[in-house]
Design a protein around this ligand. Structure first.
Ligand code: LLP
Length: 438
């Protein structure tokens, strides 16, 4: 189940991805190494696009927060997707990669004036306004530029999706969006309609991430359609776009039961269409913003196994040459991963071990209790589904340089992110003169 895209076990019993033996990748690029399966990534883009297109007008905007760099933005643009960005940095990357500005949606709960100016100058397609402060700020900056700006409003629907508390976003007590249940959302709509430079085209919700149950999508979409009807009745304003966010869950370990994109498409699109009929509304264009579902399964991380520690009768720790600096999700969310030994991929598991990172922190664990073949120092561990929220959440804790990232396809491997060097770590360090001469 974790062998997705072009991954397979080759005749030597090694893990292969993009037509290349992972041991070759290790020889050429070292470890830790993020590997992105280009074909897998493209397939995921197409699968989602096709699933929604089958039901009607829809746009897939890839959530770049899950994995963002020049190469990834380029591939996503080639696949004809739109792009969700949440910061000046993501926007800058996308623009530099040549992503069409009109296909970029700019999110974020505290966009600063510089970021807003950058977005307006570039001509991004939509700004998703998160709060009253931003409505005013955006309107006044739009006045400087002298042109109208198409916006959507982020609505907090008051829906709790069953996922980790830190990656739920639809609940009332959330820093995001205009609350639906206390009238704030309607106030926000009226303020937007009355902002001379802002053109309200749509509404947006995002209820959380790594969601398997489609019911919250169905339910929230229905709430939003009801709200759209109320808006029309109270203000006469038509809403032409409904952006239902991302959150589609993927397979990490045996306990995970992801649906397929058709389930998500069916839940959202049929609800939109039924409710449009029911309330006598024009069917809005549906926008989805999957991040993890596109980038997650397309990535693996390769590590070299180093030291061991056995706590008698309790646990065997095995340490790799990376850790929470390249994948903080286990430490932060208790996330679980599947892995295998890339050089012993055809061997049966014989022992239960726990995979530790190399940072000075007890919580720096990648996998608790995984069954593997006999593990030896020098073996290569491949961790699956690390394409999303690994690189983009990475750090230099303990002054560890970040790994390289390589893009593989049909036997070719291209570096798309250079391995950081110690010099890179010092790049921004400054030593004031007064400290030098003591
Ligand atoms: N749209 C909006 C407005 C979002 O806030 C997010 C994710 C997405 C789309 C994409 O969600 P996805 O399809 O990737 O689930 N760092 C956490 C995930 C945080 C997601 C934040 N927002 C993790 O590692 O699980």
């Amino acid at each position: 189940m974790f062998l997705t895209g072009t991954m397979k076990i080759n005749d030597q019993g090694h893990l292969e991805i993009g037509g290349i033996d992972t041991l070759e990748l290790v020889k050429d690029f070292g470890t830790p190494l993020w590997v992105i399966d280009e074909e897998g990534l493209r397939r995921n883009c197409r699968m989602l696009k096709e699933a929604f297109a089958r039901w009607g007008d829809s746009v897939v905007a890839y959530a770049s927060k899950s994995l963002c760099n020049m190469a990834i933005c380029t591939i996503v643009a080639q696949e004809g997707l739109s792009l969700d960005v949440v910061s000046g940095g993501e926007l800058f990357t996308a623009l530099l990669a040549g992503f069409p500005a009109e296909k970029i949606l700019f999110h974020g709960n505290n966009k600063d004036p510089e970021e807003i100016r950058m977005a307006l100058q570039a001509g991004v397609g939509r700004i998703i306004v998160d709060n009253f402060h931003e409505l005013e700020l955006l309107n006044s900056i739009a006045e400087e530029y002298g042109h109208d700006v198409d916006i959507m409003l982020r609505i907090t629907p008051g829906v709790e999706a069953h996922t980790h508390e830190y990656i739920q976003t639809g609940q009332i007590d959330s820093k995001f969006g205009f609350t639906l249940t206390d009238g704030q959302a309607m106030e926000g709509v009226k303020a937007a309609v009355n902002s001379p430079k802002l053109n309200l085209t749509g509404l947006h919700y995002h209820i959380g991430s790594q969601i398997f149950d489609m019911e919250p999508f169905r339910h929230t979409t229905a709430l939003m359609m009801k709200f759209i009807a109320q808006i029309k009745e109270e203000t006469g304003q038509e809403i032409y776009e409904l952006d239902v966010g991302g959150g589609f869950g993927i397979f990490y370990t045996q306990g995970d039961r992801p649906g397929n994109p058709e389930d998500w498409a069916e839940a959202v699109m049929t609800t939109v269409q039924e409710k449009a009929r029911y309330y006598g509304l024009t069917v809005p264009l549906v926008i989805i913003e999957p991040g993890r579902a596109i980038s997650g399964p397309a990535g693996i991380t390769l590590y070299t196994i180093g030291s061991f520690k056995e706590v008698t009768g309790i646990r065997k720790y095995i340490a790799v040459d990376g850790g929470m600096t390249d994948n903080i999700r286990t430490a932060l969310y208790g996330a679980q991963y599947s892995a295998l030994l890339a050089n012993k991929a055809d061997q049966q598991p014989v022992e239960t071990v726990s995979i530790a990172g190399k940072c000075c922190e007890s919580g720096d664990m990648l996998i608790w209790d995984i069954r593997l073949p006999q593990v030896e120092s020098g073996d290569i561990l491949a961790v699956f589904a690390t394409g999303a929220y690994n690189y983009t959440m990475s750090s230099n804790y303990n002054r560890l340089p970040r790994p390289a990232m390589v893009l593989v396809n049909q036997g070719c491997a291209d570096l798309i992110l250079k391995r950081e060097t110690y010099a890179d770590l010092l790049r921004n360090d400054l030593l004031p003169d007064r400290l030098k001469n003591r």
